[in-house]
Design a protein around this ligand. Structure first.
Ligand code: PLP
Length: 366
């Protein structure tokens, strides 16, 4: 089976030797801090390491005190929902959007207002329309760079307008950005935003390893204090050992070369997937050319139901995620998300040839 389905990073690119050395160093130099209970907010070293990285993203000043270390950004989403949302509260999401976030918001009883995504990210003019007609959301959830599932990045103009709308209508913007370091040619720009209304989520899942379960939430104090209280009753704190390994990794001189290698490898895979799609389907598919991240979002002109296509593809040992898995309100039955992160370029090529055969069988059966 060649999987283009999961959002898993490439295990061949886990920096295993470096993480082994970082683990040994942390255990040798800080045995008690690594193994003892720690502060709910996160260890000072890890908060400082994330603050330094965030401050390097642009014209932004983030201190260790602005940060809460979370057990992946998934936990940050859950904590935000607990702290900010009451059942029935309106929130804004993209359509389609990251399933894990939709699940959290639905589980907390939020009313989801879906704004379509195009090649330039969330259609902020559609959001402006909803606001002009009286919508007053508590928060807007946004994956501004290399969005999951569409791969789209929010344009500069839309970033500025989003910040203006948040300030004018007083809603929190939750900027979930786990893919930002996986850019191909150009580093993403900073999302502007009122510091009192902007929450930035970061994670090492896609750049080091998701099994570490370490992420960070940066936000205003009124929010981080409430998040710390909610986190205390959830898991006391994120693993001390893993936090210190991550602090070591983020401050190391091997991180940048590692990220450089990751970018080159993912760029080659993206290109292999796009070339294979063009060869097998030509004008029968329309797809984006993501400027980074892990996903290509495809629309099939002659497949009515990518769920059916998946069924056929499985018999050809290929899997992917049908578009409707990420839908909020839109009908995305002709769409699919292909992840190029885990398979090799050759496997990606072979998978798309098989997918072409599956699609031909499907149209012959109709
Ligand atoms: C947009 C987005 N946010 C959050 C997550 C969860 O990441 P983490 O491993 O940091 O919990 C993912 C994982 O795929 C994701 O795609």
């Amino acid at each position: 089976m060649i999987s283009l389905a999961g959002g898993l990073p490439d295990p061949q690119r886990f920096p295993i030797a470096s993480l082994r050395a970082a683990t040994a160093k942390v255990l040798a130099e800080q045995p008690v801090a690594s193994l003892q209970y720690g502060e709910t907010r996160g260890t000072e070293a890890t908060r400082s390491a994330f603050a330094t990285r965030l401050s390097g993203e642009g014209d932004l000043r983030v201190d260790a005190d602005d940060i809460v270390v979370t057990t992946g950004s998934q936990q940050a989403l859950d904590l935000l929902a607990r702290v900010l949302l009451d059942p029935g509260d309106a929130i804004v999401v993209s359509d389609p959007d990251y399933l894990g976030a939709l699940q959290v918001f639905r589980a907390h009883g939020a009313s989801l207002y879906a704004v379509p995504v195009d090649a330039e990210g969330m259609q902020v003019d559609a959001l402006e329309d909803l606001l002009a007609h009286g919508l007053r959301p508590k928060l807007c959830y946004l994956v501004p760079n290399f969005h999951n599932p569409t791969g789209a990045s929010l344009s500069e103009e839309r970033r500025v307008r989003m910040a203006e709308l948040s300030a004018r209508y007083g809603f929190v913007v939750v900027e979930d950005d786990p893919y930002r370091d996986l850019w191909i040619h150009t580093e993403p720009s900073l999302m502007p935003g009122d510091p009192e209304l902007t929450v930035r989520l970061r994670s090492v899942s896609k750049i080091l390893a998701p099994g570490l379960r370490v992420g960070a939430l940066a936000g205003p104090q009124w929010l981080t204090d409430a998040i710390v209280t909610a986190k205390q009753s959830t898991d006391l704190h994120t693993s001390s050992l893993n936090q210190l390994i991550v602090a070591e990794a983020l401050g190391s001189d091997w991180l940048e070369p590692h990220l450089g290698g990751l970018r080159v490898s993912y760029a080659a895979k993206r290109d292999a997937l796009l070339v294979a799609l063009e060869r097998a389907f030509g004008a029968r598919v329309a797809c984006n050319r993501p400027a980074g991240g892990m996903f290509v979002w495809v629309r099939f002109a002659d497949v009515d139901d990518t769920g059916e296509l998946l069924h056929r593809a499985l018999a050809h040992n290929v899997c992917f995620v049908p578009g409707n898995a990420f839908a909020v309100e839109r009908d995305l039955a002709r769409h699919a998300r292909f992840s190029y992160a885990t398979a090799t370029p050759n496997q990606l090529g072979a998978a798309i040839i098989q997918l072409g055969a599956a699609a031909n069988q499907l149209s012959a059966a109709v």
